[in-house]
Design a protein around this ligand. Sequence first.
Ligand SMILES: Cc1ncc(C[n+]2csc(CCOP(=O)(O)OP(=O)(O)O)c2C)c(N)n1
Ligand SMILES: [Mg+2]
Length: 551
Amino acid sequence: MPDSNFAERSEEQVSGAKVIAQALKTQDVEYIFGIVGIPVTEIAIAAQQLGIKYIGMRNEQAACYAASAIGYLTGRPLLVIGGSPERNQETMGAFQEFPQVEACRLYTKFSARPSSIEAVPFVIEKAVRSSIYGRPGACYVDIPADFVNLQVNVNSIKYVERCMSPPISMAETSAVCTAASVIRNAKQPLLIIGKGAAYAHAEESIQKLVEQYKLPFLPTPMGKGVVPDNHPYCVGAARSRALQFADVIVLFGARLNWILHFGLPPRYQPDVKFIQVDICAEELGNNVKPAVTLLGDINAVTKQLLEELDKTPWQYPPESKWWKTLREKMKSNEAASKELASKKSLPMNYYTVFYHVQEQLPRDCFVVSEGANTMDIGRTVLQNYLPRHRLDAGTFGTMGVGLGFAIAAAMVAKDRSPGQRIICVEGDSAFGFSGMEVETICRYNLPIILLVVNNNGIYQGFDSDTWKEMLKFQDAASVVPPMCLLPNSHYEQVMTAFGGKGYFVQTPEELQKSLRQSLADTTKPSLINIMIEPQATRKTQDFHWLTRSNM
Ligand SMILES: Cc1ncc(C[n+]2csc(CCOP(=O)(O)OP(=O)(O)O)c2C)c(N)n1
Ligand SMILES: [Mg+2]
């Protein structure tokens, strides 16, 4: 009997699609975002049969944005899987033939095509491991079309075990000592909390550092929430002042790129001492020579710093001139925003809109955002209280990410903390990039509330009267300013088209009411189209960021 059993097992065949799905499952892949076509459909079905959730998107770009957000939120990979022609048609001009592996090499940490179906589990394990070890990043695996329907003997396939979580690396002890002494001797210290700190789950240790030593901190856009925005030591409202006059800055997983003005004067003191805490060696020393570099896992390194600082009783004096300067600046900036927010004139301005949204924002919600003014002003008003609960267009400023990010956050929320809501704040232009994903949101009935802040354009637009006047003269393509979009577009109808709730609002009262209703209705997604003054702008900046223009 045992012999015949063995014979039966050894003859059992399995499809390539199932092997691919099982290899993904073994690596703990929980979600696949994609669009199917022949022959990829079989992989998606096989994945679903193994309990992997498959979310069909309307555009691959949005699918990639969603998958990247899953990587950030769960710490597991962003793996891009693409199809390529059958191996025996390669070089013949096969359907969708293209050098994908080579093309992806520039943009990924690892890009490969398995040489056989037997090699698939090995390549997938390596891709997953590469994507999460060191600084995380996307990896690409190319699957020739003929692999999918290939039948192979089950015994010929060996699945590689789930790759281990990344090993935790610590900084050099001597560097930790130096860093602690630089911090202790700082006259005007500042901590900058970046996305790397959020990714490293360093919230507890960083909050302890902030509170124990009474240090002012500033979050980067996606570092918001690692320590709550309403924490008394958050100096977000005095960002420019804090950057300009700090003499010691500790960077926790924050890069000195354009978002932080490259760490250079006039935004910083020429002799400011940077202490860089980062997982990525290649990041250390970019643009500025740091006083100390702490290479390692941000959470582990922060704990090392805490331990070192703990050796000598010390705290940064809360009555220092630095704290006083920062508090005064925060007060005056907050007053200026409040004044703009309290303006009763219609159409509303950005600050009024965000002020009313902030009032109703659930404490544990995810805030997703994209746009120019919409995202930049929204970031200053909308508060984050929890780590990894803000997703925005980030360093690349890529428009179109919002709906994919919101869909990913909604999947994670549904599975891990039901009841949690996703507030997705979109500029009207930004919304257009992936607008058809509203159908995806409705298809899976995701707990998302979309807010479209509508100024009829990119940065600014025209009202409908000016629009009509303009079109009297010439052909639209010759006269319509490049930033203008159609005035008063009813974006809420995109949502109602698929069965969700849509609101068109023009006043603070309408905004309050529609948001209250949207939050109360847990059965359907909604979209609130908020009309604002087409020429509304942000308040004047001490330093231009990307807001500089000759127009
Ligand atoms: C993929 C991509 N294309 C184009 C741009 C250029 N861009 C920057 S912001 C923006 C849209 C800003 O308008 P909107 O979303 O309406 O926000 P607003 O500033 O009007 O509030 C565009 C198109 C970009 N950042 N990314
Ligand atoms: Mg706009």
